[in-house]
Design a protein around this ligand. Sequence first.
Ligand code: ADP
Ligand code: MG
Length: 699
Amino acid sequence: MEKQFVPEMFGTLVFDDRVMKARLPEKVYRSLRKTIDENERLDSKVAEEVAVSMRDWAIEKGATHFTHWFQPLTGVTAEKHDSFITPSPDGGVIMEFSGKELIKGEPDASSFPSGGLRATFEARGYTAWDPTSYAFIKDHTLCIPTAFCSYSGDALDKKTPLLRSMQALDRQAKRVLKLFGNDVKYVRTSVGPEQEYFLVDKEMFEKRPDLVYTGRTLFGAMPPKGQELDDHYFGMIKPRVSEFMKDLNEELWKLGILAKTEHNEVAPAQHELAPIYSTTNVATDNNQLTMEIMQKVARKHDMVCLLHEKPFAGVNGSGKHNNWSMATDTGVNLLSPGETPYENAQFLLFLCAVIQAVDDYQDLLRLSVATAGNDHRLGANEAPPAIISVFLGDELTEILEAIKNDTHYVGQEKVIMKLGVHSLPRFSRDTTDRNRTSPFAFTGNKFEFRSLGSANSIACCNIMLNAAVAESLKQFADKLEGVEDFETTLHDLIKETIQKHERILFNGNGYGDEWIEEATKVRGLSNLKTTADAMPHLLDAKNMEMLMSHKVFTETELHSRCEIMLENYCKTVNIEGHTMVDMVRKNYLPAIEGYLGQLAKTVATMKSVSDKVKCNYEISTLERLSEITDDILDKTVDLEKALQSLGGFEDIIKTSEVIRDDVLPKMESLRAVVDEAEMLSPEECWPFPSYGKLLFSVY
Ligand code: ADP
Ligand code: MG
């Protein structure tokens, strides 16, 4: 095949703006653009013409099927393929695709989690085209990004509330911008998600039921070498991994995904991929696709891509950094300090909106990243703590201090920071990007939310972030609209906001125990350590009111979501527990028993040859291993009982508490004894590949 250069390859599988412009009649194109840019309702005639053009394009690219591609609450994407064929009178077929088929689909919703929505409403749901995210071709199928709702209009997916949250923020941000004399068409949030993952050899992976069933190792003693030498981070990329990355980039580029940066991460076998940022809902779709393609491409290279947050104990787990900012259609980044004092005041107000949002809705941000997998990372000295705080860097903190106290800002010029009069310095990345332990850090012209787990959909945290910031902006606009002395009111508002929310600002080490002490005892910040602790706060009155007032969720949707997320937590751990029991009974115990038998035989044989041999090694190993075996059995029985006590998850909050307080500790303790047995047993007696093999065998 002829070599394709990147610019030629980029976006070839996407029905993007270039294709639309080239293929759609001018009037249709303009009308569609209006829908995309300004949220205008789509005319059915326009949809009809777009459908025809999309179909012809897709068929030229070899597509035979189309699907409405959506993101149910399972956290992964869903698709149901239909072929384009329609019988023609002459006994053959023609390829058809109508505007109606483009706009709306009707998949059976009954097998997707709906958290009670299903019981009270019709089982059928519908999918609705999201024209703001481009259609693309994957596996000979035209994929149309869609929202997924029940017949009563309740969102059954992650995209619908995300789009609603973007609209809420757009509405409120425009009100604020108007006060500064800026009449813009729209404000959009943009996101660049950095994605971490592990690659392991496929053959090894398949030998480990824990990896196959749960995506993480539930047992495994530490190898002699872990990540202590820091020799993997940014290190040379191994040839097999490099081949994988090359393939992956090409697949992503064809899908119009702006894959940009790739490097090794801290743990052995761990890597990262970062795209260039894009509009939040596009970034979300693209990140879901990226995770899917990563797994497919890895298989082609006889590897498996692990997206679990903690595939291996003892080395770092994987996260995802959600780089977030707000920008206008005119290209102004609202989190970038401007050129003039007036623009600076606007910047500071938007900055304050974020600070207030994070303080007021810490719990929502925390629960938006809460899953069974991510619970293993947060607060585990490798990832930000479960406590949410904001890092601003010294320079910006000093400026805010000066405004708060009406004192001198000791920057380049010594001036009293009066808004609208003095310019702010430009913050360089150097002064803002030093802290790696903060969950929510300002990095020069954007915030980086670092608490996400690698497998999380970025939709969840962006829904909460957009909604919370929309709420701050709404409060600000309410206060500022129509006032006589805008500058003084603005100055006072910023001052008050800093005073009220400075407890959330923290530039220190987020990994230290002192911080947990100070954050919780002195500052009164919340420390929701697990999913079971965090998730029920979704239904706190203040949170429900805010999310409902901005029309991001309905009351029913909130109840259903809380239920689904907790159910997911319980099911995940339940599967892990059963996998452990299975592995112990079917593999570990028989393996150890086999080795014990060998040892006993050896001792007997040796003693029959000479009564002078002591057999110290054999006997002490046998004694210890036999003790451990009994321990393993006891702990397995304990775990089995705990799992049985979960019943049918009737009361999901109670079940999640039992999981947290009873099941997970029992799993830990069972693992500890099995891992000890591994250290005492010869490699050939051990039933599964070791950590050493899993982490270091790919080259
Ligand atoms: P790090 O130093 O954290 O590894 P990088 O500089 O490599 O980060 O980039 C982090 C991500 O932030 C990239 O995906 C980049 O596109 C994204 N990013 C840059 N500017 C913005 C912005 N204004 N809004 C959202 N994301 C942004
Ligand atoms: Mg980062």
